[in-house]
Design a protein around this ligand. Structure first.
Ligand SMILES: O=C(O)CCC(=O)C(=O)O
Length: 278
């Protein structure tokens, strides 16, 4: 068994100290000691919110401040933190980086968002990651994704094919497309026969409302937890072997025919994807 905490909180723009306080406060209110290994998921860019156009001012050099903060909290509560991406400054430029901090306070893995959101000009301000991240905690293989990555079935499939039984997703997904969020979370869980644990922020920034509805979905597509649109939190227990059971029963990995999918590599040029205005 693995216990998953979902910290569905608001994020204050450009105010790292306030956002760190919000996470500490959430842990104080919601965490209860348990014998189970516990992993807590935070929203996307929980440290400073969407100030990506001012990354030089607000970014965290190599995510050191966030890693130190989460390291202290991880030790205090004996939990692992995962996801909860931050705006990190690296030698590749600014990145949207999810951190994995173990209960002994060490930064043990990270993942840089691979798919940047054109609707938000992320590609103007951020450098895209290109490495899959699959790590192990409590004997469970876990992959990471950030928000818009959820739309890329191939990317989450790669984590599942690398053995992940659980995919953790951090997001700032807007209310206006919350139906996509709900549907895609279920789809990714069912098609990959894996657990999906997703934490979406709530609140409003610059008139954009963020939709919450964080969720933990099992490999059969059933919601073990589904959040509201407001601040809240939950701890949900999962049995990771259920992913293996589902894979052994449905056999959709064993029955894949990658030789056919290669034929589908579209010989499209970027311009073919653009909508032409008359
Ligand atoms: O794909 C979407 O609709 C939302 C994506 C997004 O807001 C993000 O990746 O931050």
């Amino acid at each position: 068994m693995l216990r998953i905490g979902i910290a569905q909180i608001d994020v204050k723009l450009g105010d790292r100290a306030a956002n760190f306080r919000a996470v500490s406060g959430w842990m104080k209110r919601h965490h209860r000691p348990s014998e189970l290994e516990t992993i807590v998921v935070l929203p996307e860019i929980f440290d400073v919110g969407y100030v990506i156009s001012r990354a030089e001012k607000y970014g965290d050099m190599e995510a050191r401040e966030a890693a130190e903060f989460l390291g202290g909290l991880a030790q205090k509560y004996n939990v692992c933190f995962a996801g909860g991406s931050v705006l990190a400054l690296t030698e590749r430029g600014a990145v949207n980086r999810a951190l994995v901090v173990s209960p002994d306070g060490r930064l043990v893995a990270h993942y840089d968002k691979a798919h940047l959101v054109p609707m938000m000009d992320e590609d103007r301000y951020l450098s895209a990651g290109s490495e899959l991240c699959v790590f192990e905690f409590g004997g469970v293989k876990i992959s990471l994704a950030i928000c818009y990555d959820l739309r890329f079935c191939e990317w989450l499939r790669m984590g599942a094919l690398a053995g992940a039984q659980l995919c953790i997703i951090s997001a700032e997904w807007p209310s206006s497309r919350i139906d996509h969020w709900k549907t895609l979370l279920r789809a990714r869980a069912i098609e990959n026969m894996m657990f999906v644990a997703a934490c979406n922020r709530v609140g409003v920034t610059n008139s954009e409302a963020f939709g919450g509805h964080s969720a933990v979905i099992d490999p059969w597509g059933r919601a073990l937890y589904e959040g509201s649109a407001g601040e809240e939190g939950a701890f949900v227990d999962i049995e990771p072997d259920e992913a293996t059971d589902a894979r052994n029963f449905i056999k959709a990995f064993a029955m894949r025919r990658p030789e056919l999918y290669k034929l589908l590599q579209p010989p499209l040029k970027k311009s073919d994807n653009e909508i032409k205005s008359s």
